[in-house]
Design a protein. Structure first.
Length: 178
């Protein structure tokens, strides 16, 4: 898609958000709980506004089958997806054609925390590495690629969220069926 097409798509959005800043605030919703409750190792979640679901399951390190991505894979996948789409949109806006693109995301996680083997073991992923390599034409000095990567890093929603943190309000409401 040429950079002009991206700019054309974004122009009315920029105008709207400039005149009505509240319109820029979006609420993303993902729902779960609708899959087979008799299977404790698998689930399906998906965005509330789309007819799409993502299957997920327990990681083999905590007793899962390893047949579908675990929630940690989905988290790292969200980072890779955000990094790629941001990079591609920024490149299109800059008029840069990407020849090759590779994104690798790794996360360090200690399964002992999830298995409740003691308070000394953290439950969540403690370190994430995201490595992005992009090849573009006519960049002998690497200036355009460097500018592209800086811009993509700056505007990646998931990367920024992981780096700066987000306020999370999580509640679990247990009700009696009887």
């Amino acid at each position: 898609m040429p950079s002009s097409a991206i700019r054309e798509r974004q122009a009315p959005l920029r105008e709207r958000y400039a005149t009505d800043p509240a319109a820029a605030i979006q609420i993303l919703r993902v729902k779960g709980g609708g899959s087979d409750l008799s299977d404790p190792l698998h689930c399906e979640v998906g965005p509330a506004q789309l007819d799409v679901t993502w299957r997920s399951g327990a990681h083999p390190s905590v007793g899962g089958d390893g047949d579908v991505p675990c929630s940690g894979d989905l988290l790292l996948g969200a980072l890779a997806a955000c990094q790629e789409i941001t990079l591609r949109m920024v490149a299109a806006n800059m008029g840069i054609e990407i020849r090759e693109l590779a994104i690798e995301v790794e996360g360090d996680w200690d399964a002992r925390g999830t298995l409740a083997m003691g308070r000394d073991y953290p439950v969540g992923i403690r370190q994430i590495r995201c490595r992005t390599t992009v090849t573009i034409d006519d960049d002998a000095k690497g200036d355009r690629a460097a500018r592209l990567l800086r811009s993509a890093e700056r505007y990646c929603v998931v990367l920024d969220t992981l780096r700066t943190g987000a306020v999370v309000d999580a509640t679990i409401d247990v009700r009696s069926a009887g």
